[in-house]
Design a protein around this ligand. Structure first.
Ligand SMILES: NC(=O)c1ccc[n+]([C@@H]2O[C@H](COP(=O)([O-])OP(=O)(O)OC[C@H]3O[C@@H](n4cnc5c(N)ncnc54)[C@H](O)[C@@H]3O)[C@@H](O)[C@H]2O)c1
Length: 332
């Protein structure tokens, strides 16, 4: 079992701590939050040590891995600090906020020889795993184009000064909340992106940072991804890949906070579309346990560092494109 600490005990950190304590592969041994109340409450709830700073977590020799559930602009420095302390690091998305940051974070991780993992649980949704298997095996021919959308209306009730609505922590409106998951899956299909054109508008809410995002990504080895992400409409999740011999589509029934299963529809040339229902699974925990497996040498973490870098490099171009109103080169 991997002894872990969870740092950042807000919405997602609480979900993660509640899941980790059910795991046979991970053991929660410490929690931390700058809010003393949050640290004390969650520490007491799970009967583990608690503190108000990452530093105390890093000094604890009992902690072997750290899960970061903190605001986005803290991720890069915190990943480096965890790695320098010789501990494995799982960081919530987005892993970093720019192409330069992600390279710095990866260098720290690789210099220290520790494992890095990222909170893109959709990669672990069983129908997405099956979709990726079919694509990699060539069962649908050459992947041509992705169309996908991850929307939700959970932020409509946040206070206007919440960090998640700030242009510094969440440039491009819905991008760091939901769009980043779609970009990550698109990178999983096509690899490194070449250029991006993105536009964000405030159309249906009080979210001044923008609530409606449209992105077109062009990939180096072919294919486009068209990503929609909206924060002013009820939950919707769909990831479709159109290929030269068929297409495949995954629809989410509910938000990953309370997963309720998925449908996988596959259509091969000459046949009809066939839909399979997938029962629910808490893939936030599957992802964390894959991190544990990688840290303890049981299996490689399924998302390679090259794709983590490709995702954040494309994210950087999305941010730039929403400001410039132009096509932006990835890595430019
Ligand atoms: N994977 C997913 O599907 C998913 C879903 C929701 C949120 N997230 C991610 O989780 C992270 C946290 O988001 P959230 O919605 O829980 O935010 P939140 O505001 O609810 O919680 C963040 C917590 O971090 C604490 N914090 C701030 N600075 C800190 C520091 N220096 N050290 C320790 N704690 C600190 C805050 O006090 C707060 O309790 C973000 O990266 C977000 O994108 C991921």
């Amino acid at each position: 079992m991997l002894n872990i600490a969870v740092v950042g005990l807000g919405w997602w950190g609480k979900i993660i701590t509640d899941l980790v304590v059910t795991s046979k592969k991970l053991k929660l041994v410490r929690v931390a939050d700058v809010s003393a109340d949050a640290a004390k409450t969650i520490g007491a709830k799970h009967g583990v040590a608690f503190s108000t700073s990452l530093d105390e977590v890093l000094k604890d020799p009992n902690v072997k891995g750290v899960v970061l559930c903190t605001p986005h602009t803290l991720h890069c420095a915190q990943i480096q600090a965890v790695a320098r302390a010789g501990k494995h690091v799982f960081c919530e998305k987005p892993l970093c906020m720019s192409g330069a940051e992600v390279l710095t974070a990866m260098k720290a991780v690789n210099d220290a020889g520790v494992q890095i993992a990222v909170g893109h649980e959709m990669r672990f949704n069983p129908p997405i795993v099956e979709m990726m298997r079919m694509i990699k095996a060539g069962e649908l021919g050459t992947p041509l184009q992705v169309e996908c959308n991850f929307s939700q209306d959970k932020f409509l009730t946040l206070q206007a000064d919440n960090w998640r609505l700030s242009n510094k922590e969440a440039p491009a409106g819905p991008m760091t909340a939901t769009g980043i998951h779609m970009l990550d899956l698109s990178v999983g299909v096509f690899g490194e992106a070449d250029w991006v054109r993105a536009s964000v508008k405030q159309l249906g809410s009080q979210l001044t940072n923008g609530d409606t995002l449209a992105i077109m990504v062009s990939f180096k080895n072919g294919g486009h991804s068209m990503i929609g992400a909206i924060l002013a409409t009820p939950f919707y999740g769909r990831f479709s890949v159109y290929c030269s011999h068929g297409w495949v589509e995954v629809r989410d029934i509910a938000h990953p906070e309370t997963p309720k299963g998925w449908t996988l529809t596959v259509c091969k040339r000459g046949g009809e579309a066939v839909t399979t229902n997938y029962p629910t699974a808490h893939t936030v925990l599957t992802n964390l346990e894959a991190f544990g497996d990688a840290c303890e040498g049981r299996a490689a973490y399924p998302v390679p560092q090259s794709q983590m870098i490709a995702n954040i490099s494309a994210l950087d171009a999305v941010f730039r494109s929403t400001i410039s109103g132009k096509v932006e080169a990835v890595g430019g």
